[in-house]
Each structure stands twice: as C-alpha cells, then as structure tokens.
Ligand binder design. Structure first.
Ligand code: FE2
Ligand code: FE2
Length: 169
C-alpha cells in the first residue's frame, strides 16, 4: 500500500500527540516482560504494526495506529496487584477499551482491535478485521522479542529504545 507524504505526516502527528500525552505517559510506570514497560511496548507494537500495514492493501492505518498504541491501556500493574494476576490475560483487553473510551473516545473499529489482540489465548475473540489481525501479530512479535532479551541488557539499552520509538517513520 502506497502512502502519501501528507498521510505519513498526519499519522506522525497523531503518533507524537499520543507519545507525549500525560495520560499515555502513565504506561511508563507499568512494568512488562522482563524490564520493558507498557509505554515502550505499546509504541514498539505501533511501529511494527504500521510497518506491516504498508505491505498490505486497504488497511485503515489510523485504526491500526490507535489500536496498537492503546491495546494494553489497562493502567494497573498486575505484578504489584496479585488480585488481578489470575484474570489479567482474559480481562485486560476489556479494561483497556474502557479506559481508552473514557480518555480518547475511540471508534468501534479501534475497540475491535483492542478486544481481539489476545487471541488465541482468549479463544473467542478472533481478530476479524485486517487491522485487528495486524496488531495481534505485531503484539506477539514484540512480546517474543522482549521475552528473549535479558532484563539487564534492556535496562542498559533503555535510551536506545526510547530513541527508537521517538518517531513513527
Ligand atoms: Fe495485552
Ligand atoms: Fe501487548
């Protein structure tokens, strides 16, 4: 899919607005796979998902972008709150949707992307749209990469990761 420079600039502007939004910055406090945090993880997924979308036809890039940035917008640390641990995998997409609706008034299409990102773990929530499939696959690829990198290495490279996510394109 060819993307015009205007569309590229439009998406970059949206990306930057989220990157610097104080509500979104709260995701930095939520730890994730081996020394990563929810903020880094979500923007890595967004970059990967947009890259994948450019190889596909008829994908709504804005839906991919918002769905990816907000797919883990659940805003609690299940590592600190053991009561949430058991049902985290099942519940966090719905919690992320509730928070995203409240804070950013997202569309039905974006909600679907968030809802199904945990498939096949949440077996009933199959990602039906192209956008949902792309975000779900990108989330898994980023998660695997994060899980294979040691915590020590990740902390050393934090600045490199922050610079990597500082731009969409
Ligand atoms: Fe998730
Ligand atoms: Fe994720």
């Amino acid at each position: 899919m060819k993307i015009t420079i205007e569309e590229q600039n439009r998406l970059e502007t949206i990306y930057q607005a989220f990157l610097n939004d104080e509500k979104i910055l709260r995701m930095k406090d939520i730890s994730m796979h081996r020394g990563s945090n929810c903020y880094l993880h979500s923007f890595k997924v967004a970059k990967k998902a947009i890259k994948k979308s450019l190889n596909r036809k008829d994908v709504n890039l804005e839906v991919v972008l918002l769905g990816a940035i907000l797919h883990d917008y659940y805003l609690y640390d299940w590592r600190k709150d053991r009561s949430k641990l058991k049902k985290h995998a099942k519940n966090h997409p719905n919690i992320a949707i509730e928070n995203a609706v409240k804070d950013f008034n997202i569309s039905e299409e974006v909600k679907k992307v968030i809802k199904s990102h945990m498939w096949p773990l949440n077996i009933k929530d199959y990602p039906k749209s192209k956008e949902a499939k792309i975000v779900s696959i990108s989330d898994k690829a980023v998660t695997i990469g994060e899980s294979l990198t040691s915590k020590k290495y990740k902390q050393k490279k934090l600045d490199k990761y922050l610079s990597y996510i500082s731009h969409l394109f």
